[in-house]
Design a protein around this ligand. Structure first.
Ligand code: SD4
Length: 324
């Protein structure tokens, strides 16, 4: 097991697209953050999504609640056309369609989810709208898209020319080999603890590149890709969604923390549940978790998983431990 850690600082940036209310509780004008030696607010996100964690952290510093801040943070990657696993520019399915999955969960235990949505960039914000403005928890496909249009979201072709080109190249061999860790820039799961010590989270993805049409992974499934219990903490998952779903990974981690494990121990147990007795481990799964005190855990099957942490005005990339 390797226990190396490394740190990278980065600065704020990145434009957000297409959702007028995204920053309703958050002013972008003041970026000066006072560094207070405190655990809260805290924002952590999967992979090296430094900008996203910084945006979430600054949102929290300006007194936005944990859910608003998590959604503001992940919106950075949803709009980032170079991230091939999230939002605009995400890799398409085998038929060439980009379909997005997302869910959010707040500190009161409410949640919302959208699955297989086309043409909408900010699907985590859309998942919040499902929670707040409909009697339902989940909307899928065309229904989710129509709801987004009703709510004033702009529609856009999510397939960029780069993603289109890569898909055309993929079609020449048509092999499905989920590659996770590609460029260390994957599905973003974000956990935030605000100044009132409330926990919330968001998870958003374009899913596995060249998935079957109609396939949905763990990311929009409450309990699998994300779970929050405001008395305990929260967890998010990234990696091969099929394996996360089978073990209801994020819920498992929060329940293990409830039973007294640290977030690190809980993430390790959840990974152990996947790898135990398995011969073929040519896939990646990684978890990130936090408890109410702000202790963080991260663990993956293979090395390469990192997370981005915002705390005390600083954003760092931190390498997770792994089984291999
Ligand atoms: C999925 N869990 O759709 C997502 C993919 C992912 O980093 O996390 N990629 O299975």
């Amino acid at each position: 097991m390797d226990r190396r850690r490394f740190f990278t600082s980065a600065s704020l940036g990145g434009g957000l697209l297409f959702h007028p209310q995204l920053f309703s509780n958050f002013s972008m004008t003041s970026t000066k953050i006072q560094s207070i030696e405190n655990k809260f607010p805290l924002a952590i996100s999967t992979w090296n999504n430094i900008k996203a964690s910084r945006v979430a952290g600054e949102s929290l510093e300006q007194n936005a609640d944990a859910l608003t801040s998590a959604i503001n943070g992940v919106a950075v990657e949803e709009a980032n056309q170079t991230n091939r696993s999230v939002g605009y520019g995400g890799a398409p399915d085998r038929s060439g369609k980009v379909t997005l999955d997302a869910c959010i969960m707040d500190s009161t235990g409410n949640c919302g989810s959208v699955m297989a949505v086309e043409n909408v960039v900010h699907v985590a914000a859309l998942a919040r709208d499902v929670m707040e403005k409909t009697p339902h928890v989940i909307l899928t496909g065309n229904g989710a898209r129509k709801f987004a249009i009703q709510q004033g979201y702009q529609t856009v072709d999510l397939l960029t020319s780069e993603s289109h080109q890569l898909w055309l190249e993929w079609l020449q061999n048509e092999q499905f080999k989920p590659v996770i860790n590609a460029g260390n820039h994957d599905t973003i799961g974000m956990l935030c603890i605000d100044k009132s010590n409330h926990v919330a989270g968001a998870c958003t993805t374009s899913g596995l590149a060249y998935k079957m049409e109609g396939r949905v992974g763990d990311s929009p499934i409450i309990g699998s890709g994300l779970y929050i219990d405001n008395e305990i903490g929260g967890a998010v998952a990234t990696g091969l969604g099929e394996e996360v779903i089978k073990t209801v990974g994020s819920f498992l981690i929060v329940e293990l923390i409830r039973q007294g494990l640290s977030p690190q121990e809980a993430c390790e147990k959840a990974i152990e549940r996947i790898v135990k007795g398995r011969k073929n481990l040519d896939f990646q799964v990684a978890y990130l978790a936090v408890n109410k005190k702000g202790d963080i855990g991260a663990y993956s099957i293979h090395k390469g998983f990192t997370y981005a942490q915002y705390k005390n005005g600083q954003t760092k990339e931190i390498r997770s431990d792994s089984v291999y």
